[in-house]
Design a protein around this ligand. Structure first.
Ligand SMILES: [Zn+2]
Ligand SMILES: [Zn+2]
Length: 253
């Protein structure tokens, strides 16, 4: 399983940190978790062809996690080189259908993938749910952000990666991440500057420890996180390896 951090930032405009997006290549599939503004461009920079996306899993509907979706759908109908003919899957919390219909109401048929290639699957917002495609399993669970928000546990090739999306500290998210080879946790603000609905390094570290994750990657940084050693702050609570994400970082598990 290969993981590429496409965006380690937030809504804050930044050349260094794009808004949220993670690419996972496993079991012959390409999964994108979140598709914030600039994600498609970052995929091109990473050498990952956006036409090869099999699944887009949305954690929640904040703009920094979804706004490249319309651009992706519009591009999917543009037949330069060969247009993808296989279906692609769009999964996310309850409200996903309504969100998509809202986009179509604004952008009209231009963004409706021709040939019925788009498959939409809503996942439960208040309980565990799962989406399975070939050799890949995505388990979702509620995140503690605004409602509805999900965290995702992705299992393939005997490896497990869990991505929190935006969340406050949550024992449920730790349980979802249990035994993960890689735990990609939001860490929006440094210690002492907590914002409700998001985590600081000590909470990300405690979640990774509760989950007995093997490795912790911190991401989703607002600018104050650049001024301090957030990995060091999390390290007081988690004894495994901790990395501070940068855009285009790749990891293998
Ligand atoms: Zn966010
Ligand atoms: Zn959010």
């Amino acid at each position: 399983m290969k993981i590429t951090i496409l965006g380690s930032g937030t809504c804050t405009p930044s050349l260094e940190r794009n808004a949220a997006g993670v690419a996972i290549e496993a079991a012959g599939l390409l999964v994108l978790v979140d598709i914030g503004p600039g994600t498609i461009r970052r995929m091109c920079e990473a050498g990952i062809d956006p036409r090869s996306i099999d699944v887009i899993a949305i954690t929640h509907f904040h703009v920094d996690h979804v706004s490249d979706l319309a651009a992706f759908l519009f591009a999917s109908n543009y037949a330069y080189k060969s247009m993808r003919e296989e279906p692609f899957h769009f999964v996310g919390p309850e409200g996903l259908e309504q969100f998509y219909k809202g986009l179509v109401a604004v952008y009209q048929d231009w963004i409706v993938p021709r040939g019925g290639r788009l498959r939409i699957r809503e996942l439960k917002a208040q309980a565990r749910d799962e989406f399975v495609l070939d050799g890949l399993r995505i388990v979702s669970g509620p995140a503690l952000h605004y409602f509805p928000s999900l965290s995702y546990r992705i299992e393939a090739e005997s490896a497990v990666v869990t991505i929190t999306g935006d969340t406050d500290f949550s024992a449920d998210v730790a349980e979802l991440a249990r035994g993960s080879d890689l735990f990609i946790s939001e860490c929006s603000m440094p210690e002492g500057r907590k914002v409700p609905g998001h985590m600081v390094p000590s909470e990300a570290g405690r979640t990774a420890a509760l989950a007995r994750a093997k490795k912790l990657v911190l991401t989703h940084f607002y600018p104050p996180c650049e001024e301090v050693d957030v990995a060091g702050q999390a390290g007081a609570f988690f004894s495994g390896e901790i990395l501070k994400a940068v855009d285009l970082m790749t990891l293998e598990v």
